[in-house]
Design a protein around this ligand. Structure first.
Ligand code: NAP
Length: 260
């Protein structure tokens, strides 16, 4: 299937690692230009080099996305370089463990800044260009929005808001034919996941227990599986799909786990 992404310019936040890196790679494989925006210049450049080595097109932009001015810089730099924006993948985030009891009002607000505000800020600044291109926004959320996890109020609130904004933005942008969808993963092995599982008392046992409860094939979802759905939703092949919240999680969030 040709997704029609040739020379389309797509910004991927957190595109240097994990799920974002898989999305950026797939966009480039499909002939698009992946603009990787994230906090580490070294990580960004490494990801861009890998894409270029494989024959793809990519650009790195350093940005601490919790800062409004950095979000604006990402959009301004992309437009200066390519003159257009066809897609925005809001992906960067971290399950930062700001709990109701363990956290504080200040840490809660900081978590929203790092997990939620930049989704709005980037969409806001990119909007004139997305409208001009009849482009698409793809958000990466989390099953935590539906299930909760405990001890992660800031992250859960952010992911819940991302689900709500998916519908809100899809409605607001109907007149402009800009589509907005969200992909929600549950358990995907990435640098972030590895850090999280290793923060628990018995990581090996916890991982085995989690994997044993994933209904489809008792395995984690791969970043490539998240990327396939995400890039399809960005592409014109899903031209009549908007406002959807899709779980790419082997059935983890919605299926009855007592059946297996
Ligand atoms: P990851 O391995 O940590 O990769 C995320 C990348 O984004 C990293 O390069 C990170 O930089 C960067 N980043 C994060 N916050 C940033 C910020 N505020 N400003 C600039 N750069 C930032 O994470 P991942 O597991 O691929 O997660 C990607 C998305 O999927 C997140 O939204 C996460 O909530 C969601 N998700 C993941 C899972 C899972 O199982 N992995 C499950 C559900 C949802 P640093 O490395 O320097 O921090």
């Amino acid at each position: 299937m040709n997704l029609g992404l040739q020379d389309k310019v797509v910004i991927v936040t957190g595109g240097a690692k994990g799920i974002g890196a898989a999305i950026a790679e797939l966009i480039a494989q499909e002939g698009g230009i992946a603009v990787i925006a994230g906090r580490s210049e070294a990580d960004n450049n490494k990801a861009v080099d890998a894409i270029r080595k494989a024959g793809g097109k990519a650009l790195a932009i350093r940005a601490e996305l919790g800062k409004v001015e950095d979000c604006k810089h990402v959009i301004d730099t992309t437009v200066k370089e390519f003159g257009r924006i066809d897609g925005l993948v809001n992906n960067a985030g971290a399950n930062d463990g700001v709990g109701l009891e363990s956290g504080s009002p200040e840490r809660f607000m900081a978590s929203l800044q790092n997990n939620l505000s930049h989704y709005y800020n980037l969409a806001h600044f990119a909007l004139p260009y997305l409208k001009a291109a009849k482009g698409a926004i793809l958000n990466i959320g989390s099953k935590v929005a539906e299930t909760g996890q405990g001890n992660t109020s800031g992250y859960a609130a952010s992911k819940g808001a991302i689900n709500a904004l998916t519908r809100e933005w899809a409605v607001e942008l109907l007149p402009h034919s800009v589509r907005v969808n969200t992909v929600n993963p549950a358990e995907v092995w990435t640098p972030l996941y590895e850090t999280w599982i290793n923060s628990l008392p018995d990581p090996k046992a916890k991982l085995a227990s989690i994997v044993s409860k994933i209904p489809l094939e008792k395995r984690m979802t791969t970043s490539e599986e998240i990327a396939s759905m995400s890039v399809f939703l960005l592409s014109d092949k899903s031209s009549h799909t908007t406002g959807q919240i899709i779980y790419v999680d082997g059935g983890y969030t919605h299926l009855d786990r007592s059946i297996s």
